[in-house]
Design a protein around this ligand. Structure first.
Ligand SMILES: NC(=O)C1=CN([C@@H]2O[C@H](COP(=O)(O)OP(=O)(O)OC[C@H]3O[C@@H](n4cnc5c(N)ncnc54)[C@H](O)[C@@H]3O)[C@@H](O)[C@H]2O)C=CC1
Ligand SMILES: CCCCC/C=C\C=C\C(=O)C/C=C\C/C=C\CCCC(=O)O
Length: 277
């Protein structure tokens, strides 16, 4: 989808990857609703973006994505300010294996809720103009991060939910596409949890394991991931696709043949973007 003139809503927008996604959308001519639980950092970001893009191009909304009321209120305020929503990026996420229920609430439950809200506002059957939802998972949505089983589960959940809903949206002709971004390690604040005694808890015997993985996979910088995000947004079609990002390679993930392919007699595996929508 061409970004110029579009309205986007990004969760967890105040810093890290969320900030990178907002900046690349703004640079390409979108207006963006910035949602974040961190009011102070969010207000600072808004002030800095106002200088670069003008105050009418963004709206900062304090929003804890785990609150149903705050989330639906944020969608409502975005619509009141900008009149429509074309792109939603569900990015807010945490790593917390001790308070693992909170990790499930932020990383999975809130992504599901926000995706359904987005669908409700964008789908053609409700008078919407269609649109695109990009859910931020992780490479931990494709394979295990040993020190973080619950984080891994939530990210696998985001991948599975998004792929299933992408097919359902197409079958129901909602006019809304879903895509998933799976970066490896990125230099942001979430990484500071790395190897801390508080985080490791049960898994302290795996001390040093993540550092080894970072040595193997490498560490991305935010602008590299923002470029991959832009690629997902701009490329037409590819509903249900999952884009993996490492320092060396950005590529669509191929999954085993899905039951829908089998039912429809599609001989090829479930290649991303195989559907024309
Ligand atoms: N940094 C990394 O290595 C990777 C990160 N990811 C994913 O990217 C996403 C963004 O993470 P980072 O930018 O790295 O982390 P970060 O910690 O720098 O930023 C996360 C942002 O989300 C916000 N947030 C947290 N809980 C929230 C809530 N309940 N409601 C609203 N906002 C909330 C925070 O205030 C913060 O602004 C997460 O989903 C993370 O799992 C995926 C792969 C790698
Ligand atoms: C295919 C194998 C999966 C590899 C996963 C790769 C990268 C994933 C990175 C993230 O999503 C990073 C986000 C959170 C992790 C933060 C801390 C957990 C690590 C703690 C530790 O092990 O010390």
């Amino acid at each position: 989808m061409a970004v110029n003139g579009k309205i986007a809503l990004v969760t967890g927008a105040a810093q890290g990857l969320g900030r990178g996604f907002c900046e690349i959308l703004l640079k390409n001519g979108a207006k963006v609703a910035l949602l974040d639980v961190n009011k102070e950092v969010g207000n600072d970001l808004k002030a800095s973006l106002d200088k670069e893009f003008g105050p009418d191009h963004t709206l900062f909304l304090t929003c804890d994505v785990t609150s149903e009321d705050q989330l639906s209120d944020a969608y409502q305020k975005t619509l009141e300010k900008f009149g429509k929503i074309d792109i939603v990026c569900n990015n807010a996420g945490i790593a917390n294996e001790r308070d693992w229920e909170k990790a499930v609430a932020v990383n999975l439950v809130a992504v599901v809720r926000s995706t359904y809200l987005a669908l409700q506002h964008m789908k053609k059957q409700n008078g919407g103009q269609g649109g695109l939802i990009v859910n931020i998972a992780s490479m931990a949505g494709l394979g295990p991060l040993l020190t973080s089983p619950v984080y891994t589960a939530t990210k696998h959940g985001v991948v599975g939910f998004s792929r299933a809903l992408a097919e359902a949206s197409e079958a129901c002709d909602f006019g809304v596409r879903l895509k998933v971004l799976c970066p490896t390690f990125v230099r942001t604040a979430i990484i500071s949890t790395l190897s801390s005694e508080e985080y490791m808890g049960l898994f302290s015997c795996l001390h040093g394991f993540t550092e080894q993985m970072i040595g193997m996979f490498g560490m991305l910088e935010v602008p590299q991931v923002a470029e991959a995000f832009l690629q997902l947004v701009v490329e037409e079609g590819k509903n249900g696709s999952v884009l993996m990002v490492t320092p060396e390679i950005t590529s669509y993930v191929e999954f085993p043949k899905s039951p829908t392919d089998v039912l429809s007699g599609n001989p090829s595996p479930s290649a991303p973007g195989s559907s024309p929508q």
